[in-house]
Design a protein around this ligand. Structure first.
Ligand SMILES: *[C@@H]1O[C@H](CO)[C@@H](O)[C@H](O)[C@H]1NC(C)=O
Ligand SMILES: *[C@@H]1O[C@H](CO)[C@@H](O)[C@H](O)[C@H]1NC(C)=O
Ligand SMILES: *[C@@H]1O[C@H](CO)[C@@H](O)[C@H](O)[C@H]1NC(C)=O
Ligand SMILES: *[C@@H]1O[C@H](CO)[C@@H](O)[C@H](O)[C@H]1NC(C)=O
Ligand SMILES: *[C@@H]1O[C@H](CO)[C@@H](O)[C@H](O)[C@H]1NC(C)=O
Ligand SMILES: *[C@@H]1O[C@H](CO)[C@@H](O)[C@H](O)[C@H]1NC(C)=O
Ligand SMILES: *[C@@H]1O[C@H](CO)[C@@H](O)[C@H](O)[C@H]1NC(C)=O
Ligand SMILES: *[C@@H]1O[C@H](CO)[C@@H](O)[C@H](O)[C@H]1NC(C)=O
Ligand SMILES: CC(=O)N[C@H]1CO[C@H](CO)[C@@H](O)[C@@H]1O
Length: 356
């Protein structure tokens, strides 16, 4: 009885010891794993994102990344070509691989570069789907995917970058409608979607871009401009040339004192210009309405747009005479009026375009 009690207590203490040992080992394992996880986030998340991108490059004709982006674990990614790091935290803030002739797809790992402010891939041959993980890059101010081979519809998650100022998808094969969600970008200043296959109406939500200065939508298949653009208070450039725009209400709806350039050349817009157009566009320097179906008179008060340099009204249905008062526009250097129904006079007959 005594002995068995002694044995029992001995066994219990051994079990206790074992349990403690196991517990301590588990703790130690946990601590090591924890330390590794932290080190991983600090030092190699950005590196593995870049190496993943490198692994998805199928062509690097100038051997730029092949030679420079080393997979050695002690290689400092902040010295890699195209990479800029923040001074304090040593995380990647800019990735600019523009004009390198690269071909490949964008891996989802790029969405782990959580300190990224600028992502520039301009003029390469990137293609394939854009991974939604990119929408995790909450600090982005610049996205430039211009002149690549991306296709399909523009993903609506592009609307989820609260700080985005510059958004360029020009020169790709994007098609379909613009998702209204992208006009959720409340900090946006420059949007360039030119030279794609985009179509339909431009969503009226574009009127939410209260900070926007430049809208470039040239060379697409858009059919309608919403009048909401007409009151964007910071807008300086509106370029929607070579589309399929129709309708007569858009130009009269323009009331933007900041607007400098209006280019609607090569559409099918119609209607006449309001005589008081300059009251609503006091800063305008270039008005290009060539190759449309505009009609009516050339506004006799056009001379009130004091900053005008270039007027292109050729290939329309304007009629009547050319207001002589245009001659007192101090900066006017070019005016194109040929192929209209203007009365024959110095500018309207033989010579319908001239330079001062
Ligand atoms: C990569 O290129 C940068 C300059 O662009 C250079 O400073 C760095 O040493 C290069 N690294 C390697 C491993 O070639
Ligand atoms: C990105 O690189 C290209 C080519 O080197 C350069 O022209 C462009 O200015 C750079 N973009 C930015 C935002 O620095
Ligand atoms: C980075 O992103 C990829 C894909 O989105 C994911 O599988 C990976 O675990 C992420 N984390 C790190 C630390 O690389
Ligand atoms: C719109 O922007 C807000 C703030 O930046 C964000 O929380 C929200 O998810 C965005 N909505 C869409 C549809 O992208
Ligand atoms: C546009 O602004 C209106 C009014 O502020 C808001 O209700 C709507 O959600 C916004 N739309 C987008 C796409 O941001
Ligand atoms: C044009 O805009 C100004 C200020 O931006 C505003 O006061 C005025 O009422 C607007 N005019 C029209 C016709 O909408
Ligand atoms: C342009 O609009 C006119 C009507 O204003 C129409 O008759 C013509 O077919 C249209 N042309 C094109 C190319 O859409
Ligand atoms: C320009 O022409 C208009 C109309 O003839 C005239 O009322 C105006 O005073 C002229 N302005 C200047 C600065 O000569
Ligand atoms: C605008 C521009 O510089 N485009 C260039 C993009 O890259 C191709 C070669 O991949 C050049 O031919 C273009 O001139």
């Amino acid at each position: 009885m005594e002995i068995s009690h002694f044995l029992l207590s001995k066994m219990l203490s051994m079990i206790h010891y074992c349990l403690c040992y196991i517990f301590m080992m588990m703790m130690a394992n946990c601590l090591t794993a924890g330390a590794l996880a932290i080190a991983h986030t600090n030092f190699s998340t950005d590196q593995s994102a870049l190496l993943s991108l490198k692994a998805h490059i199928i062509s690097d004709p100038q051997n730029i990344l092949t030679a420079n982006w080393s997979s050695a674990s002690n290689s400092d990614i902040c010295t890699w070509v195209g990479v800029t790091c923040g001074a304090r935290h040593h995380r990647i803030t800019a990735l600019n691989l523009s004009y390198m002739g690269l071909a490949g797809v964008i891996p989802p790992h790029l969405g782990n570069l959580s300190f990224l402010v600028e992502l520039g891939l301009e003029n390469n041959s990137f293609h394939g789907p854009l991974p939604q993980e990119l929408s995790r890059l909450r600090r982005l101010k610049t996205i430039n995917f211009g002149n690549n081979n991306f296709m399909g519809t523009i993903p609506s998650w592009f609307g989820s970058f609260p700080k985005l100022q510059t958004f360029k998808l020009l020169g790709n094969g994007f098609s379909g409608f613009i998702p209204a969600a992208i006009f959720n970008l409340s900090a946006l200043e420059i949007i360039d979607l030119s030279s794609n296959q985009l179509s339909g109406s431009i969503p009226r939500e574009i009127g939410n871009l209260t900070m926007v200065k430049s809208i470039h939508l040239d060379d697409n298949k858009f059919e309608e401009l919403p009048k909401e653009i007409g009151s964007l208070g910071q807008l300086e450039e509106l370029l929607v040339q070579d589309n399929a725009l129709k309708g007569s209400a858009f130009v009269p709806a323009l009331n933007i004192s900041s607007l400098i350039t209006l280019a609607l050349f090569g559409n099918n817009m119609s209607g006449s210009l309001p005589n008081n157009i300059c009251e609503h566009l006091p800063s305008v320097r270039g008005i290009n309405l060539g190759q449309n179906q505009f009609d009516g008179l050339i506004p006799s008060k056009l001379w009130q747009c004091k900053e005008l340099r270039v007027v292109s009204f050729e290939y329309n249905n304007f009629r009547g005479s050319i207001p002589k008062s245009l001659g007192n526009l101090t900066y006017l250097s070019r005016i194109y009026l040929y192929h209209n129904n203007l009365e024959g006079n110095k500018f309207g007959g033989v010579l319908q375009s001239f330079r001062f």
